[in-house]
Write a protein that binds this ligand. Structure first.
Ligand SMILES: [Zn+2]
Ligand SMILES: [Zn+2]
Length: 169
């Protein structure tokens, strides 16, 4: 038997005045992948109002969560609050079939993720030569072409981080 998710609506069970759905849902329930680069610190919170409108059902509200993200430039972790403040979906019920909001909320969340994860807009990243986190201090390396060797420095650091955490990759 399917578990009754809060995010599954019974079209017949919506009263004329509508209803409010509020609660928490884990990323696993939303089928949003987590990995070392980004994972949720808590379950996502949602608050949705469900109303009967002409020809269907309107779901509006918000969903939000806070993620632990690894900065793409300096590899340190930071908290990234992520909110979708204007969830808005329209559903046309088919017979008595229940309506699952999960897939649409999943899309909403995924679209809200920034393409690049930066601990701050002007993160200075790592020195391409020695790997020093330049947000913390200058390393004193002579200029050179920083971009050219950036991937090398990232790779070395990534490798060390994996070893330190003792994870199998
Ligand atoms: Zn950074
Ligand atoms: Zn350096």
């Amino acid at each position: 038997m399917k578990s009754k998710s809060l995010l599954v609506l019974q079209p017949d069970g919506i009263p004329p005045e509508g209803l409010t759905l509020a609660g928490q849902v884990t990323l696993a329930e939303l089928d949003i992948p987590e990995d070392d680069r980004r994972f949720a610190a808590t379950a996502a919170e949602f608050q949705l109002s469900v109303s009967l409108v002409r020809g269907g059902i309107l779901v509006q509200g918000m969903i939000q969560d806070t993620f632990r993200c690894r900065c793409d430039r300096c590899l340190t972790f930071f908290d990234q609050p992520l909110a979708v403040p204007a969830v808005c979906h329209f559903y046309k019920p088919v017979g008595h079939e229940e309506i699952d909001l999960t897939a649409d909320l999943r899309e909403d969340m995924l679209l809200a993720f920034p393409q690049r994860q930066l601990c701050r807009e002007d993160c200075r990243g790592l020195c391409a030569r020695c790997g020093q986190n330049l947000n913390v201090r200058e390393c004193g390396c002579e200029g050179g072409d920083a971009a050219a060797d950036a991937w090398g420095a990232l790779d070395r650091l990534g490798f060390e981080a994996d070893e330190a955490s003792g994870r199998e990759s």
